[in-house]
Design a protein around this ligand. Structure first.
Ligand SMILES: [Zn+2]
Length: 221
């Protein structure tokens, strides 16, 4: 029996989840330990697709490799709250938070055309977006829509309790389309996705931007 209470994550709660988001994605000094997203450059000339340029595994104050301005927080609370709200505004979003004595986990997924989502995930890499669409199309030839698991995160001190699995399973039980998601091959999410029945459709080495990235999808029966 799990002691995790699962509730709906609403836009009005986004600001309460933002500190957890920053803590979860800021963790780690190597890809095996986490995303290490602590420092970013917010100078106009360094933005990528309108977003901060994150340099993983370095600390706030490190000079930006491109413009030398000292970098600041990758996920400041106000920006992060707005980002989460924007994610929750996509059509067909299912967003959950996991609560024990405080918010310890959150996850959200949304519906969309696979082409739209692939372009959103690979804004600077049309050939990679096209590869995702083509690969999805081979698994699901008659289906252009997907239920994309966008973010899943668990407080570093609460890992190992299956909370991510609980959130994923709950979201999948409500999915109306084949599920997809992207993660790193070194992430514990690969185990969660496999247990949930998803299959890797793009292996490590497929993505020239990050050779650890992998893409998962529901298998066709
Ligand atoms: Zn810069």
């Amino acid at each position: 029996m799990s002691n995790l209470e699962i509730e709906e994550l609403r836009a009005s709660t986004a600001s309460l989840v933002a500190p957890l988001y920053a803590a979860c994605f800021g963790e780690g000094s190597t890809p095996a330990e986490g995303w290490g997203e602590r420092a970013a450059c917010w100078e106009t000339g360094c933005l990528e697709d309108g977003k901060q340029k994150i340099i993983p595994y370095v600390e706030v104050g490190t000079p930006c490799p491109q413009c030398a301005t000292p970098m600041t927080e990758a996920y400041p609370l106000e920006w992060t709250s707005r980002y989460i709200k924007s994610e929750l505004s996509y059509p067909g979003t299912i967003a959950l938070l996991g609560y024990i004595d405080r918010i310890v986990a959150a996850a959200w997924a949304y519906e969309g055309e696979i082409g739209t989502i692939a372009t959103r995930k690979y804004p600077n890499n049309p050939s990679m977006a096209a590869k995702v669409v083509a690969t999805y199309g081979r698994v699901w030839p008659k289906e252009s829509k997907t239920f994309y698991i966008s973010e899943v995160f668990v407080s570093p001190d609460k890992r190992g309790n299956n909370y991510a699995q609980e959130l994923i399973n709950k979201m999948l039980s409500q999915a109306r389309y084949p599920v997809t998601s992207r993660t790193l091959d070194t992430s514990p999410m690969t185990t969660v996705f496999t247990k949930a029945g998803l299959k890797k459709i793009l292996s490590a080495g497929s993505d020239p931007e990050n050779n650890l990235r992998v893409f998962y999808a529901s298998p066709r029966n």
